[in-house]
Design a protein around this ligand. Structure first.
Ligand SMILES: *[C@@H]1O[C@H](CO)[C@@H](O)[C@H](O)[C@H]1NC(C)=O
Ligand SMILES: *[C@@H]1O[C@H](CO)[C@@H](O)[C@H](O)[C@H]1NC(C)=O
Ligand SMILES: *[C@@H]1O[C@H](CO)[C@@H](O)[C@H](O)[C@H]1NC(C)=O
Ligand SMILES: *[C@@H]1O[C@H](CO)[C@@H](O)[C@H](O)[C@H]1NC(C)=O
Length: 327
């Protein structure tokens, strides 16, 4: 063995240990929101064009198309005015200005469903502009905090969560501190135009993801720190199991391979504080991969991680950008 080779063999592990990010080329970049916009909570991608939609704190739904950046696409508040709402973060205006949370495209009909935290389930047609209300409550109980949403592409059914019947977004942290469990998992059928309650008394259901074949739904219970798998079909239909117990689980997004990325948090041992992570879980809830985003987000928790064209796109209501992480 030559001198150079043995030197390399000696130095390489030291180099990898000292500069792991150079060796594994972990790349993070951001797409800045327009000046007055902040708080992206969820994203929906158009598979063919690569354009995506994002909902921000002042009630707008923005469309990102690589060339011209972000453009205004739509909004949910029927009484919303740009003068009153653009750029605001005042939650007391939420019912007027709107606050889009979960977003989901139904590709066949080009409808963009929106779970507005204050206004309930709504839908934007292909031209955008003002969203049409779809449902503001069911079984006589209004939605108080519409949160996560996913569309089953084949049937067009929309699965969504109402995090609680007891408080709204303004008191979300009180709700999680008190372990509120009055949330519901719901399904909207666009053919019958009816909403069905699939589960009630859930502890802060946040993220919702339906499997490709429509046989089950994953739901993350933010207040209880667990993720459940609820069967829609088969011998176990209408029952569920707890499949994951990561802290503060939020939105869940299916990948092309049928796994899921879930936004969550973990306790940093040194400080006992929460830092944001993304975890890739399979259909059994088993963790396949974990990505730690503390380096770029600090203690700001994230709400969504979505894989698109080989990168992870990250949304967080606490920042004014979309993060893009590539390993
Ligand atoms: C708009 O405001 C008016 C007057 O306050 C109210 O009656 C109406 O319900 C509101 N409409 C919507 C869509 O919020
Ligand atoms: C909520 O649950 C946590 C963990 O079990 C517990 O420490 C806390 O005291 C509970 N909060 C209330 C208000 O019951
Ligand atoms: C959920 O996790 C958070 C963060 O670790 C913790 O503060 C809280 O007590 C947990 N809640 C329950 C019900 O276990
Ligand atoms: C999920 O991952 C675990 C651990 O790798 C594996 O045992 C299990 O079979 C996987 N489940 C599915 C449905 O692929």
């Amino acid at each position: 063995m030559s001198y150079i080779n043995s030197l390399t063999m000696f130095l390489l592990p030291i180099f990898v240990f000292c500069f792991p990010s150079l060796v594994f080329s972990e790349i993070f970049r951001t797409i800045q929101l327009p000046p007055a916009a902040t708080g992206p909570e969820s994203m929906a991608f158009e598979l063919a064009t690569g354009r995506f939609y994002v909902g921000v704190a002042d009630g707008r739904v923005l469309q990102y198309n690589g060339l011209t950046g972000f453009v205004e696409y739509g909004f949910t508040g029927g009484n919303r005015s740009k003068a009153l709402c653009d750029g605001i973060t005042n939650p007391d205006l939420g019912r007027v200005c709107g606050r889009p949370f979960g977003l989901g495209l139904h590709y066949a009909t080009n409808q963009l469903y929106v779970c507005d935290a204050y206004l309930g389930l709504m839908v934007l047609g292909s031209g955008g502009r003002l969203a049409n209300p779809v449902s503001a409550g069911v079984e006589g109980v209004p939605y108080r905090f519409c949160n996560g949403l996913d569309v089953h592409q084949l049937s067009g059914n929309v699965f969504f969560s109402d995090s609680t019947t007891a408080y709204d977004l303004r008191d979300a942290s009180k709700g999680s501190a008190s372990n509120d469990s009055t949330g519901r998992l719901l399904m909207y059928n666009p053919t019958t135009r009816r909403v069905t309650v699939l589960l009630k008394d859930l502890p802060g259901p946040a993220g919702v993801a339906v499997s490709q074949d429509g046989s089950y739904v994953l739901v993350s219970n933010y207040n209880a720190n667990n993720t459940i798998k609820f069967w829609l079909m088969g011998p176990r239909a209408d029952t569920y199991d707890i499949v994951n117990i990561q802290a503060r689980p939020n939105n869940i997004q299916r990948t092309m391979l049928g796994d899921y990325w879930q936004a969550a948090a973990m306790v940093k041992q040194a400080t006992q504080t929460l830092v944001p992570i993304g975890q890739r879980i399979n259909s059994s809830g088993r963790v396949i991969q974990t990505a730690n985003f503390e380096r770029w987000y600090g203690n700001n928790l994230i709400s969504e991680v979505q894989e698109f064209r080989g990168s992870l796109y990250i949304a967080s209501p606490s920042v004014d950008f979309i993060g893009i992480y590539t390993i």
